[in-house]
Every structure is written in structure tokens, then in C-alpha cells.
Design a protein around this ligand. Structure first.
Ligand SMILES: N[C@@H](CCC(=O)N[C@@H](CS)C(=O)NCC(=O)O)C(=O)O
Length: 213
């Protein structure tokens, strides 16, 4: 069955891998499933055809036969559950890998998104320069805890899993803040994730769409 995802026709980051279709492409590459991409303009995201697929008018979406999904957590979970390679066979290890997916999206990602909002969207507000350091400290607090848990391990819980895929995707989005470099084991964790051939293929595919031509 053909898998089709949506991605930005023109990504605001110019294809540096920050748009969230990258994590879905990465998951599909890890499990060896071919996929097609439908590129969507910002205007089309808010039109009825796309809103029928994604109620919040965003990318990515995922279609496979008569199944249509949105939200990267749900999409990566679906891919990991349906195809071999991203979740351990042992039931408890599987549950823990899923826990890391949720932790990435509901505990680690929110302060990172808040920082992006504070730096980009609220930059012209008079209180912005006081708020940014507070939010940075919230990001740091979470990363300190994550760094302590990871320690010297290669991945969060045994072999690389969907939990690592989502966590690394979340962390690498905030590289520009410089905070990642304060935690050498997390920076090395992200570098290991990015070095995976599946990530490289996913990154190259979305860059190819966005590179100037
Ligand atoms: N929680 C959603 C977030 C999706 C999201 O924020 N997508 C961004 C691109 S990375 C988007 O479509 N932004 C355009 C918009 O919101 O209008 C997920 O993980 O899928």
C-alpha cells in the first residue's frame, strides 16, 4: 500500500531538517518503507482539502490506504507498531520505548517550543529580553535531567528505538540556541542519531525539495 506524507513546499528553514516531516521520513527510512511526498504551500495548509486531513492545518500528515493520520508522535508510533525495526519485541522494553516518545513530545519539547516563540514571535515585545533567559533556564532544567538519565549510554534504553528517534528530533530542533553544547552527552547522542544512514537519507530527501533550484 502506498504511503504518502505531506511536507512544506518551501520550508522556512531552507531544508535544514527542522520541519517535522523529517522525523516521519526518518522513521520510514529506519523501517525500510518507501513513501511518496505531497508538497503543500502555506496557503493550501489552511484550505478545506488539507484541513480534512489535519484539523490544525499543519504538516506532516500520513496516508496509507484508507488510514489518514496527523501528529508526528502518532505517525511515528504507527510506523513503529506496523513495521519492524523501531520497537523492541519484549513487551516491557516496548512500553519503555513508547514512554520515551511521549516524554520527548510532552515533557522535553514544550519548553523548546516556548523558547522558539519567545525568540522569534515575541522578539519585539518590551518584556522579551527578560523572558528569554527564563525560558532558556526551563529548557536547561529539562536537559539537565535528561542528560543525567542518559549518562554514558548510547541510547535511552538499550537499542535505538522510536523513543530515541523522537527525542533526537526534538533536541536537534533547538541546536541553534547553543544550549545543546552545554550537555556534551546529549550533543553526542544527537550526533549519533544524525549519523544513522536512515536519518541521512531522510535529511537529504527533504533538503532536495528545499535547496535552491
Ligand atoms: N504537534 C504537531 C506539530 C506540527 C507542526 O507544528 N507543524 C509545523 C511544521 S514543523 C507546521 O505545519 N506549521 C505551519 C502552521 O502551523 O501553520 C506534530 O508533531 O505533528
Amino acid at each position: 500500500m502506498t504511503i504518502t506524507i505531506t511536507a512544506f513546499e518551501r520550508s522556512p528553514d531552507g531544508g535544514m531538517g527542522l520541519a517535522r516531516d523529517t522525523r516521519v521520513r526518518w522513521a520510514l527510512e529506519e523501517v525500510g518503507q518507501p513513501y511518496e511526498v505531497r508538497l503543500v504551500s502555506f496557503a493550501a495548509l489552511k484550505q478545506p482539502a488539507h484541513l480534512a486531513l489535519h484539523p490544525f492545518g499543519q504538516i506532516p500528515t500520513y496516508e496509507e490506504g484508507d488510514l489518514a493520520l496527523f501528529e508526528t508522535g502518532a505517525i511515528v508510533f504507527h510506523i513503529a507498531a506496523r513495521y519492524e525495526g523501531l520497537l523492541p519485541a519484549d513487551a516491557n522494553a516496548r512500553a519503555r520505548a513508547i514512554t520515551w516518545m511521549f516524554a520527548a513530545l510532552s515533557t522535553v519539547e514544550p519548553p523548546i517550543l516556548e523558547l522558539t516563540t519567545a525568540k522569534l514571535i515575541e522578539a519585539d515585545k518590551p518584556w522579551s529580553k527578560d523572558r528569554v533567559p527564563l525560558v532558556e533556564e526551563r529548557v536547561r532544567a529539562r536537559w539537565r535531567q535528561l542528560s543525567a538519565r542518559l549518562g554514558a549510554a548510547e541510547w535511552l534504553d538499550g537499542a535505538f528505538s522510536a523513543g530515541d528517534l523522537v527525542m533526537a528530533s526534538v533536541l536537534l530542533r533547538s541546536r541553534k540556541s547553543g544550549i545543546l553544547d552545554e550537555f556534551p552527552n546529549l550533543a553526542a547522542y544527537v550526533a549519533r542519531a544524525e549519523a544513522r544512514p536512515a536519518y541521512q537519507r531522510a535529511f537529504a530527501a527533504q533538503l532536495a525539495v528545499n535547496a535552491p533550484h
